[in-house]
Design a protein around this ligand. Sequence first.
Ligand code: MG
Length: 420
Amino acid sequence: MNRDEACAARTAIAGATPVAAAAANEAARARAAPRSGAPLAPWASDPARSRGRRHPAPPPGARSEHQRDRDRIVHSSAFRRLVYKTQVFVNHEGDLYRTRLTHSLEVAQLGRSMARALRLGEDLVEAIALAHDLGHTPFGHAGQDALDDCMAAHGGFEHNLQSLRVVDTLEQRYPDHDGLNLSFETREGILKRCPRAVAQRLDAAEPGGVARRFLDGTQPSLEAQLVNLADEIAYNAHDIDDGVRAGLLDFDDVGALPLVRRFRDEALADHPALAGRPGRLLLFETLRRMLAAQVGDLVTTTAARVEAVAPADADAARHAGPLVGAGDAMRIAGAELKRYLFGALYRHPQVTASTDRAREVVRELFAAYLGAPRELAPEYAARADLPRAVADYIAGMTDRFALREHERLTGRRVFGDAPG
Ligand code: MG
Protein backbone atom coordinates (compact mmCIF):
# COMPACT_ATOMS: atom_id res chain seq x y z
CA MET A 1 0.00 0.00 0.00
CA ASN A 2 1.55 3.31 -1.03
CA ARG A 3 1.09 6.51 0.91
CA ASP A 4 -1.94 7.63 -1.14
CA GLU A 5 -3.66 4.27 -0.76
CA ALA A 6 -3.02 4.25 2.97
CA CYS A 7 -4.44 7.73 3.23
CA ALA A 8 -7.51 6.74 1.20
CA ALA A 9 -8.03 3.67 3.41
CA ARG A 10 -7.78 5.75 6.58
CA THR A 11 -10.26 8.22 5.15
CA ALA A 12 -12.61 5.37 4.23
CA ILE A 13 -12.39 3.83 7.72
CA ALA A 14 -12.82 7.20 9.40
CA GLY A 15 -15.83 7.85 7.19
CA ALA A 16 -17.30 4.41 7.73
CA THR A 17 -17.04 4.35 11.49
CA PRO A 18 -19.92 6.69 12.28
CA VAL A 19 -22.01 4.95 9.61
CA ALA A 20 -21.28 1.55 11.16
CA ALA A 21 -22.07 2.96 14.59
CA ALA A 22 -25.34 4.39 13.33
CA ALA A 23 -26.23 1.04 11.77
CA ALA A 24 -25.47 -0.73 15.04
CA ASN A 25 -27.60 1.80 16.94
CA GLU A 26 -30.41 1.36 14.46
CA ALA A 27 -30.24 -2.43 14.84
CA ALA A 28 -30.31 -2.08 18.63
CA ARG A 29 -33.32 0.21 18.39
CA ALA A 30 -35.10 -2.22 16.07
CA ARG A 31 -34.51 -5.05 18.57
CA ALA A 32 -35.79 -2.92 21.46
CA ALA A 33 -38.88 -1.62 19.67
CA PRO A 34 -40.87 -4.17 17.71
CA ARG A 35 -42.08 -2.98 14.35
CA SER A 36 -45.73 -2.67 13.56
CA GLY A 37 -46.88 -6.15 12.60
CA ALA A 38 -44.72 -7.92 15.22
CA PRO A 39 -46.68 -10.84 16.69
CA LEU A 40 -48.96 -9.90 19.56
CA ALA A 41 -48.00 -10.94 23.08
CA PRO A 42 -50.09 -13.86 24.43
CA TRP A 43 -51.85 -11.43 26.84
CA ALA A 44 -52.70 -8.89 24.12
CA SER A 45 -56.25 -8.51 22.75
CA ASP A 46 -56.11 -10.44 19.49
CA PRO A 47 -58.74 -9.00 17.11
CA ALA A 48 -59.17 -12.49 15.62
CA ARG A 49 -60.47 -13.60 19.05
CA SER A 50 -62.76 -10.60 19.61
CA ARG A 51 -65.84 -11.16 21.77
CA GLY A 52 -67.75 -9.66 18.87
CA ARG A 53 -70.44 -7.04 18.30
CA ARG A 54 -73.97 -6.67 19.63
CA HIS A 55 -75.51 -6.79 16.17
CA PRO A 56 -74.47 -9.30 13.51
CA ALA A 57 -71.92 -7.89 11.07
CA PRO A 58 -70.18 -9.39 8.04
CA PRO A 59 -66.49 -10.32 8.42
CA PRO A 60 -64.22 -7.25 8.34
CA GLY A 61 -62.44 -8.23 5.12
CA ALA A 62 -58.87 -6.99 4.81
CA ARG A 63 -59.09 -5.09 8.10
CA SER A 64 -59.03 -6.52 11.60
CA GLU A 65 -62.11 -6.12 13.81
CA HIS A 66 -60.32 -3.40 15.80
CA GLN A 67 -59.20 -1.54 12.68
CA ARG A 68 -62.82 -1.55 11.60
CA ASP A 69 -63.79 -0.01 14.95
CA ARG A 70 -61.14 2.70 14.51
CA ASP A 71 -62.46 3.47 11.02
CA ARG A 72 -66.07 3.69 12.22
CA ILE A 73 -65.03 6.09 14.97
CA VAL A 74 -63.05 8.34 12.59
CA HIS A 75 -66.06 8.56 10.25
CA SER A 76 -68.56 9.37 13.01
CA SER A 77 -70.12 12.82 13.48
CA ALA A 78 -69.17 12.82 17.17
CA PHE A 79 -65.50 12.46 16.22
CA ARG A 80 -65.61 15.47 13.90
CA ARG A 81 -67.23 17.57 16.60
CA LEU A 82 -64.21 17.04 18.87
CA VAL A 83 -62.34 19.65 16.86
CA TYR A 84 -64.56 22.39 18.28
CA LYS A 85 -64.75 21.12 21.84
CA THR A 86 -62.73 22.56 24.69
CA GLN A 87 -59.98 20.71 26.43
CA VAL A 88 -59.09 23.46 28.95
CA PHE A 89 -59.46 26.68 26.99
CA VAL A 90 -62.84 27.57 25.50
CA ASN A 91 -62.69 26.91 21.78
CA HIS A 92 -62.66 30.46 20.48
CA GLU A 93 -59.87 31.62 22.82
CA GLY A 94 -57.02 30.75 20.45
CA ASP A 95 -56.28 28.62 17.44
CA LEU A 96 -53.24 26.83 18.81
CA TYR A 97 -54.65 25.40 22.02
CA ARG A 98 -55.47 21.73 22.26
CA THR A 99 -59.00 20.75 21.49
CA ARG A 100 -60.58 17.40 22.29
CA LEU A 101 -59.62 16.27 18.80
CA THR A 102 -55.93 17.10 18.97
CA HIS A 103 -55.84 15.72 22.53
CA SER A 104 -57.37 12.44 21.30
CA LEU A 105 -54.79 12.24 18.49
CA GLU A 106 -51.96 12.77 20.99
CA VAL A 107 -53.37 10.04 23.24
CA ALA A 108 -53.59 7.72 20.23
CA GLN A 109 -49.99 8.49 19.22
CA LEU A 110 -48.57 7.90 22.71
CA GLY A 111 -50.76 4.84 23.17
CA ARG A 112 -49.72 3.27 19.88
CA SER A 113 -46.01 3.78 20.61
CA MET A 114 -46.34 2.09 23.99
CA ALA A 115 -48.59 -0.69 22.63
CA ARG A 116 -46.03 -1.47 19.93
CA ALA A 117 -43.18 -1.68 22.42
CA LEU A 118 -45.32 -3.98 24.63
CA ARG A 119 -46.67 -6.05 21.71
CA LEU A 120 -50.24 -5.13 22.65
CA GLY A 121 -53.01 -4.46 20.13
CA GLU A 122 -52.10 -1.12 18.53
CA ASP A 123 -55.31 -0.84 16.55
CA LEU A 124 -57.44 -1.46 19.63
CA VAL A 125 -55.44 1.17 21.53
CA GLU A 126 -55.98 3.62 18.70
CA ALA A 127 -59.72 2.93 18.52
CA ILE A 128 -60.17 3.41 22.28
CA ALA A 129 -58.00 6.54 22.31
CA LEU A 130 -59.87 8.19 19.45
CA ALA A 131 -63.23 7.41 21.09
CA HIS A 132 -62.36 8.03 24.73
CA ASP A 133 -63.61 11.63 24.80
CA LEU A 134 -66.59 11.36 22.40
CA GLY A 135 -69.03 11.86 25.27
CA HIS A 136 -67.54 15.13 26.46
CA THR A 137 -69.88 18.10 26.59
CA PRO A 138 -68.92 21.48 25.18
CA PHE A 139 -66.71 23.56 27.52
CA GLY A 140 -64.81 20.65 29.04
CA HIS A 141 -65.34 19.61 32.63
CA ALA A 142 -67.29 22.77 33.44
CA GLY A 143 -69.90 21.76 30.85
CA GLN A 144 -70.09 18.23 32.20
CA ASP A 145 -70.51 19.43 35.82
CA ALA A 146 -73.26 21.85 34.80
CA LEU A 147 -75.09 19.17 32.80
CA ASP A 148 -74.73 16.71 35.67
CA ASP A 149 -76.37 19.30 38.00
CA CYS A 150 -79.20 19.85 35.50
CA MET A 151 -79.74 16.07 35.28
CA ALA A 152 -79.52 15.45 39.06
CA ALA A 153 -83.20 14.46 39.28
CA HIS A 154 -83.07 12.49 36.01
CA GLY A 155 -80.18 10.04 36.45
CA GLY A 156 -77.25 12.48 36.20
CA PHE A 157 -74.72 12.93 33.45
CA GLU A 158 -71.22 11.44 33.21
CA HIS A 159 -68.94 11.75 30.19
CA ASN A 160 -67.54 8.18 30.22
CA LEU A 161 -71.05 6.75 30.15
CA GLN A 162 -71.95 9.30 27.52
CA SER A 163 -69.02 8.19 25.32
CA LEU A 164 -70.47 4.67 25.37
CA ARG A 165 -73.94 6.06 24.68
CA VAL A 166 -72.58 7.92 21.66
CA VAL A 167 -71.07 4.82 20.06
CA ASP A 168 -73.88 2.47 21.14
CA THR A 169 -76.95 4.61 20.51
CA LEU A 170 -76.63 8.23 19.49
CA GLU A 171 -74.61 7.87 16.28
CA GLN A 172 -77.14 7.08 13.56
CA ARG A 173 -75.32 5.71 10.54
CA TYR A 174 -76.76 2.25 9.87
CA PRO A 175 -80.22 1.31 8.58
CA ASP A 176 -80.71 -1.69 10.86
CA HIS A 177 -79.32 -0.63 14.22
CA ASP A 178 -78.52 2.39 16.37
CA GLY A 179 -74.90 3.29 17.07
CA LEU A 180 -71.65 2.17 15.48
CA ASN A 181 -71.89 -1.47 16.60
CA LEU A 182 -68.30 -1.54 17.87
CA SER A 183 -66.58 -4.64 19.21
CA PHE A 184 -66.74 -5.59 22.88
CA GLU A 185 -63.06 -4.69 23.42
CA THR A 186 -63.40 -1.12 22.13
CA ARG A 187 -66.62 -0.53 24.09
CA GLU A 188 -65.01 -1.98 27.22
CA GLY A 189 -62.15 0.51 26.87
CA ILE A 190 -64.51 3.43 26.31
CA LEU A 191 -66.41 2.72 29.54
CA LYS A 192 -63.55 3.81 31.75
CA ARG A 193 -65.57 4.48 34.89
CA CYS A 194 -69.03 3.44 35.98
CA PRO A 195 -70.79 3.76 39.37
CA ARG A 196 -72.06 0.46 40.75
CA ALA A 197 -75.76 1.31 40.45
CA VAL A 198 -75.32 2.23 36.79
CA ALA A 199 -73.22 -0.90 36.18
CA GLN A 200 -76.08 -3.01 37.58
CA ARG A 201 -78.52 -1.36 35.19
CA LEU A 202 -76.19 -1.76 32.19
CA ASP A 203 -75.41 -5.37 33.10
CA ALA A 204 -79.11 -6.19 33.30
CA ALA A 205 -79.55 -4.87 29.76
CA GLU A 206 -76.37 -6.60 28.49
CA PRO A 207 -75.62 -9.54 30.82
CA GLY A 208 -71.90 -10.20 31.16
CA GLY A 209 -71.19 -7.18 28.95
CA VAL A 210 -68.94 -4.17 29.30
CA ALA A 211 -70.28 -3.10 32.72
CA ARG A 212 -69.72 -6.50 34.33
CA ARG A 213 -66.17 -5.70 35.44
CA PHE A 214 -67.41 -2.91 37.71
CA LEU A 215 -69.47 -5.53 39.58
CA ASP A 216 -66.73 -8.21 39.55
CA GLY A 217 -63.83 -5.91 40.39
CA THR A 218 -61.79 -7.09 37.40
CA GLN A 219 -59.75 -4.94 35.03
CA PRO A 220 -60.35 -4.00 31.40
CA SER A 221 -57.92 -5.27 28.72
CA LEU A 222 -54.29 -4.21 28.93
CA GLU A 223 -54.95 -2.02 25.87
CA ALA A 224 -57.70 -0.15 27.74
CA GLN A 225 -55.47 0.24 30.80
CA LEU A 226 -52.76 1.62 28.53
CA VAL A 227 -55.05 4.27 27.00
CA ASN A 228 -56.01 5.53 30.49
CA LEU A 229 -52.36 6.14 31.27
CA ALA A 230 -51.61 7.61 27.83
CA ASP A 231 -54.47 10.06 28.45
CA GLU A 232 -52.84 11.32 31.67
CA ILE A 233 -49.36 11.52 30.18
CA ALA A 234 -50.74 13.46 27.21
CA TYR A 235 -52.75 16.04 29.12
CA ASN A 236 -50.14 16.71 31.79
CA ALA A 237 -47.62 17.61 29.08
CA HIS A 238 -49.92 19.51 26.75
CA ASP A 239 -51.61 21.46 29.50
CA ILE A 240 -48.19 22.78 30.54
CA ASP A 241 -47.56 23.76 26.92
CA ASP A 242 -50.95 25.44 26.53
CA GLY A 243 -50.79 27.05 29.98
CA VAL A 244 -47.40 28.65 29.24
CA ARG A 245 -48.61 29.66 25.76
CA ALA A 246 -51.62 31.36 27.33
CA GLY A 247 -49.38 33.20 29.81
CA LEU A 248 -51.23 31.59 32.73
CA LEU A 249 -48.29 29.43 33.81
CA ASP A 250 -44.75 30.67 34.31
CA PHE A 251 -42.25 28.18 32.92
CA ASP A 252 -39.90 28.99 35.81
CA ASP A 253 -42.62 27.83 38.25
CA VAL A 254 -43.35 24.73 36.21
CA GLY A 255 -39.61 24.09 35.95
CA ALA A 256 -39.35 24.00 39.74
CA LEU A 257 -41.42 20.80 39.88
CA PRO A 258 -39.07 17.84 40.32
CA LEU A 259 -40.37 15.96 37.26
CA VAL A 260 -39.95 18.97 34.97
CA ARG A 261 -36.76 20.30 36.58
CA ARG A 262 -34.83 17.13 35.78
CA PHE A 263 -35.56 17.33 32.05
CA ARG A 264 -35.13 21.09 31.89
CA ASP A 265 -31.68 20.75 33.48
CA GLU A 266 -30.77 17.96 31.05
CA ALA A 267 -31.98 20.01 28.07
CA LEU A 268 -29.89 23.00 29.21
CA ALA A 269 -26.84 20.83 29.84
CA ASP A 270 -27.05 19.47 26.29
CA HIS A 271 -28.01 22.80 24.70
CA PRO A 272 -26.73 25.68 26.89
CA ALA A 273 -27.69 28.23 24.23
CA LEU A 274 -31.38 27.44 24.82
CA ALA A 275 -31.27 29.52 28.01
CA GLY A 276 -30.90 32.72 26.04
CA ARG A 277 -33.07 31.84 23.06
CA PRO A 278 -36.34 33.68 22.65
CA GLY A 279 -39.43 31.58 22.06
CA ARG A 280 -40.26 28.32 23.71
CA LEU A 281 -37.65 25.90 22.42
CA LEU A 282 -36.48 25.13 25.96
CA LEU A 283 -40.06 24.31 26.96
CA PHE A 284 -40.52 22.04 23.93
CA GLU A 285 -37.20 20.29 24.50
CA THR A 286 -38.07 19.80 28.20
CA LEU A 287 -41.53 18.41 27.46
CA ARG A 288 -40.20 16.14 24.72
CA ARG A 289 -37.71 14.62 27.15
CA MET A 290 -40.35 14.33 29.86
CA LEU A 291 -42.75 12.52 27.53
CA ALA A 292 -40.03 10.15 26.30
CA ALA A 293 -39.01 9.34 29.88
CA GLN A 294 -42.62 8.73 30.97
CA VAL A 295 -43.26 6.48 27.99
CA GLY A 296 -40.02 4.57 28.58
CA ASP A 297 -40.76 4.18 32.29
CA LEU A 298 -44.29 2.96 31.66
CA VAL A 299 -43.14 0.44 29.07
CA THR A 300 -40.35 -0.94 31.28
CA THR A 301 -42.51 -1.11 34.41
CA THR A 302 -45.46 -2.66 32.60
CA ALA A 303 -43.33 -5.20 30.73
CA ALA A 304 -41.77 -6.35 34.02
CA ARG A 305 -45.17 -6.65 35.74
CA VAL A 306 -46.84 -8.48 32.87
CA GLU A 307 -43.93 -10.85 32.38
CA ALA A 308 -43.88 -11.66 36.11
CA VAL A 309 -47.56 -12.64 36.00
CA ALA A 310 -47.42 -14.05 32.44
CA PRO A 311 -51.21 -14.21 31.93
CA ALA A 312 -52.19 -17.05 29.58
CA ASP A 313 -54.33 -14.73 27.46
CA ALA A 314 -56.13 -11.38 27.41
CA ASP A 315 -58.87 -12.65 29.71
CA ALA A 316 -56.38 -13.90 32.29
CA ALA A 317 -54.80 -10.41 32.19
CA ARG A 318 -58.21 -8.92 33.11
CA HIS A 319 -58.17 -11.01 36.30
CA ALA A 320 -54.58 -10.16 37.25
CA GLY A 321 -55.17 -6.72 38.81
CA PRO A 322 -53.94 -3.50 37.22
CA LEU A 323 -50.76 -4.37 35.30
CA VAL A 324 -50.18 -1.26 33.19
CA GLY A 325 -48.55 1.53 35.15
CA ALA A 326 -45.60 3.77 35.84
CA GLY A 327 -42.80 3.04 38.28
CA ASP A 328 -43.20 4.46 41.80
CA ALA A 329 -40.91 7.46 41.33
CA MET A 330 -42.57 8.51 38.05
CA ARG A 331 -46.05 7.94 39.49
CA ILE A 332 -45.36 10.16 42.51
CA ALA A 333 -43.77 12.88 40.35
CA GLY A 334 -46.72 12.70 37.94
CA ALA A 335 -49.22 13.09 40.78
CA GLU A 336 -47.34 16.16 42.00
CA LEU A 337 -47.44 17.68 38.51
CA LYS A 338 -51.18 17.01 38.36
CA ARG A 339 -51.74 18.73 41.72
CA TYR A 340 -49.74 21.72 40.53
CA LEU A 341 -51.74 21.98 37.29
CA PHE A 342 -55.00 21.71 39.19
CA GLY A 343 -54.19 24.70 41.39
CA ALA A 344 -52.19 26.83 38.98
CA LEU A 345 -54.02 26.23 35.68
CA TYR A 346 -57.45 24.62 36.06
CA ARG A 347 -58.23 26.92 39.02
CA HIS A 348 -56.55 29.97 37.51
CA PRO A 349 -58.96 32.95 37.85
CA GLN A 350 -58.85 33.54 34.09
CA VAL A 351 -59.78 29.91 33.38
CA THR A 352 -62.50 29.78 36.04
CA ALA A 353 -63.99 33.08 34.85
CA SER A 354 -64.37 31.51 31.42
CA THR A 355 -65.65 28.17 32.72
CA ASP A 356 -68.14 29.90 35.08
CA ARG A 357 -69.70 31.57 32.06
CA ALA A 358 -69.65 28.26 30.19
CA ARG A 359 -71.57 26.64 33.06
CA GLU A 360 -74.16 29.39 32.81
CA VAL A 361 -74.53 28.71 29.06
CA VAL A 362 -75.17 25.00 29.67
CA ARG A 363 -77.65 25.63 32.52
CA GLU A 364 -79.60 28.19 30.49
CA LEU A 365 -79.63 26.02 27.38
CA PHE A 366 -80.97 23.11 29.42
CA ALA A 367 -83.76 25.25 30.89
CA ALA A 368 -84.60 26.76 27.51
CA TYR A 369 -84.98 23.40 25.71
CA LEU A 370 -86.88 21.85 28.61
CA GLY A 371 -89.34 24.75 28.48
CA ALA A 372 -89.60 24.72 24.67
CA PRO A 373 -88.81 21.25 23.27
CA ARG A 374 -89.71 22.41 19.75
CA GLU A 375 -86.38 24.30 19.75
CA LEU A 376 -84.51 20.96 19.82
CA ALA A 377 -83.51 19.20 16.62
CA PRO A 378 -86.60 17.16 15.55
CA GLU A 379 -85.14 13.72 16.32
CA TYR A 380 -84.48 14.83 19.91
CA ALA A 381 -87.82 16.64 20.34
CA ALA A 382 -89.62 13.41 19.37
CA ARG A 383 -88.09 11.34 22.18
CA ALA A 384 -90.17 10.24 25.20
CA ASP A 385 -87.60 11.05 27.90
CA LEU A 386 -87.29 14.82 27.41
CA PRO A 387 -84.59 15.60 30.03
CA ARG A 388 -82.31 12.86 28.63
CA ALA A 389 -82.98 14.04 25.08
CA VAL A 390 -82.00 17.58 26.09
CA ALA A 391 -78.85 16.31 27.83
CA ASP A 392 -77.86 14.25 24.78
CA TYR A 393 -78.47 17.19 22.48
CA ILE A 394 -76.42 19.62 24.60
CA ALA A 395 -73.65 17.06 25.19
CA GLY A 396 -73.25 16.64 21.44
CA MET A 397 -72.78 20.37 20.82
CA THR A 398 -69.48 22.01 19.97
CA ASP A 399 -68.49 25.04 22.04
CA ARG A 400 -69.38 27.43 19.27
CA PHE A 401 -72.71 25.81 18.40
CA ALA A 402 -73.66 25.95 22.10
CA LEU A 403 -72.80 29.66 22.19
CA ARG A 404 -74.82 30.35 19.04
CA GLU A 405 -77.82 28.41 20.33
CA HIS A 406 -77.59 30.14 23.69
CA GLU A 407 -77.58 33.53 22.00
CA ARG A 408 -80.50 32.53 19.75
CA LEU A 409 -82.62 31.27 22.67
CA THR A 410 -81.77 33.89 25.30
CA GLY A 411 -80.81 36.93 23.21
CA ARG A 412 -77.65 37.28 25.31
CA ARG A 413 -74.05 36.90 24.21
CA VAL A 414 -72.09 35.41 27.09
CA PHE A 415 -68.62 35.63 25.61
CA GLY A 416 -67.50 38.99 24.29
CA ASP A 417 -66.46 38.09 20.78
CA ALA A 418 -68.72 36.41 18.27
CA PRO A 419 -68.39 32.66 18.13
CA GLY A 420 -66.95 31.53 14.77
MG1 MG B 1 -58.86 12.47 27.57
